[in-house]
Write a protein that binds this ligand. Structure first.
Ligand SMILES: [Zn+2]
Length: 84
């Protein structure tokens, strides 16, 4: 009955979405959209924890977009062959 103790990861990075999306390359639900703020600039990194497929978005392209939109852009970019 006892719950497994989860390892606590204490980090200063604020988590935005602990939500996983499906990777267009490997098909596993391990794509995360990570928000980063550095020097006042916001950046989003979309990365698959399984195969390592990744893209970064920053600047005007982020205006009015939700993380899900960035995921969609990531998938589109993959199918256009823009991601390695
Ligand atoms: Zn993948």
């Amino acid at each position: 009955m006892g719950r497994r103790k989860r390892r606590k990861i204490v980090r200063k990075v604020r988590r935005s979405l602990p939500k996983f999306f499906k990777c267009p390359r490997c098909g596993i639900d391990s794509v995360r959209v990570i928000k980063r703020e550095e020097g006042g600039e916001r950046r989003y990194i979309v990365v698959c924890g399984s195969c390592g497929l990744r893209a970064e978005y920053s600047g005007d392209v982020l205006l009015g977009r939700e993380p899900i939109d960035l995921y969609n852009m990531f998938v589109d970019a993959f199918y256009r062959g823009e991601l390695s």
